[in-house]
Design a protein around this ligand. Structure first.
Ligand SMILES: Nc1ncnc2c1ncn2[C@@H]1O[C@H](COP(=O)(O)OP(=O)(O)OP(=O)(O)O)[C@@H](O)[C@H]1O
Length: 323
């Protein structure tokens, strides 16, 4: 049974100067889910997080968290929310353990050295507990950010671009960590530029652009609804027209008759089965082929179709190769 723990209704933020960073956003997040908010630069992701975490005052709309209306009962709700920001703003001169313990104290909780130790150990930070944050590597600094956000044991955790610019190993480590949090019943909302990350981690995905939430769905359903299979079959002999025996397949002739292109399926693997049936039908019709290239569309292809080519948030090729 899904239990809503965060409900945004008509959430709108217009910054002084008139920029509409959030435009009438309706969104419900359920307990225990991992929700990925995906959008290009400037889409409004950080503004949305800021509105829930109390750093941005909404222009209109309501936010309910854990049943509390944030406008009236902010403190009650905020206690149960953790935020991992994109960058560490303060604390650089502090030793790790003290900074994390201090974060807990900010929420009015009594000191709990055992719990702090547990958190630091789970993030492989225990060995670094007495080091100044500034002396840590970028990846370790990010772990400190997470430790600080977990120090008051939140039930809802926001991660703003948790793996931007980190190497593959650390990214995988982060994913594992997020998965562990889910195991402990923490609800996670993460923003990301990395489609791969949403594909790997999220139960549901929301696509945001220009402050508007364009699409929200379970990842699997999104793939099933918008996914496609594309196959290119290289023929041994040129084909002038599609023979009647193949007419029921969604195919067209390409490469001046030397190829057939299949586009069909629905992102659930159905397309692959149909391509297999097509190859049998080709053989049955005495048509020889010399190669097949089959491709299932990814979440990335889906975003190209939803957002348009130029707006799709993704790692650039250079970034992808560098990590
Ligand atoms: N304090 C501010 N005053 C005026 N405009 C702002 C302010 N903060 C953000 N904006 C603008 O609001 C829009 C949304 O910004 P936001 O940071 O929420 O986007 P984002 O999706 O988090 O982007 P990114 O992926 O680059 O972090 C942008 O056009 C940004 O320039």
């Amino acid at each position: 049974m899904s239990e809503p723990i965060l409900e945004l209704t008509g959430l709108t933020k217009v910054y002084p100067g008139g920029l509409r960073a959030l435009d009438n956003v309706d969104l419900t997040i359920n307990k225990g889910e991992i929700f990925a908010l995906l959008g290009p630069n400037g889409a409004g992701k950080t503004t949305l997080i800021g509105a829930v975490c109390g750093m941005v005052t909404p222009s209109s709309g309501t936010i309910r968290a854990f049943g509390h209306d944030l406008a009236r009962d902010w403190r009650q709700a905020r206690k149960r929310i953790g935020l991992v920001p994109q960058e560490l703003a303060t604390d650089m001169f502090e030793p790790v353990r003290r900074a994390v313990a201090f974060s807990r104290g900010l929420f009015g909780l009594p000191p709990n050295p055992e719990r702090i130790e547990e958190i630091l150990r789970s993030l492989s930070l225990w060995d670094k507990r007495d080091e100044r944050i500034m002396a840590l590597s970028g990846g370790m600094k990010r772990r400190v950010l997470i430790a600080k956000a977990l120090a008051h044991d939140p039930d809802l955790l926001f991660l703003d671009e948790p793996t931007a610019g980190v190497d593959v190993e650390l990214r995988k480590g982060m994913w594992q960590l997020i998965d562990e949090m889910r195991g402990r019943g923490v609800t996670v909302i993460l923003t990301t530029h990395y489609i791969e990350e949403a594909e790997e981690m999220a139960d549901r995905v929301g696509v945001i652009r220009n402050g508007r939430l364009l699409m929200v769905d379970e990842k699997a359903k999104m793939m099933a609804r918008l996914g496609r299979t594309e196959a290119h079959i290289a023929l041994a002999e040129p084909m002038a027209a599609i023979p009647p025996a193949l007419a029921h397949f969604p195919i067209e002739i390409e490469q001046d008759g030397l190829g057939l292109c299949y586009r069909g399926g629905d992102g659930t693997g159905k397309g692959k089965q149909e391509v297999a049936a097509l190859t049998k039908a080709l053989t049955g019709a005495g048509i020889d082929y010399v190669g097949i290239d089959v491709r299932e569309s990814s979440l990335e292809d889906i975003f190209v179709s939803v957002l348009g080519e130029n707006d799709v948030p993704q790692q650039t090729k250079v970034e992808r190769e560098a990590v």
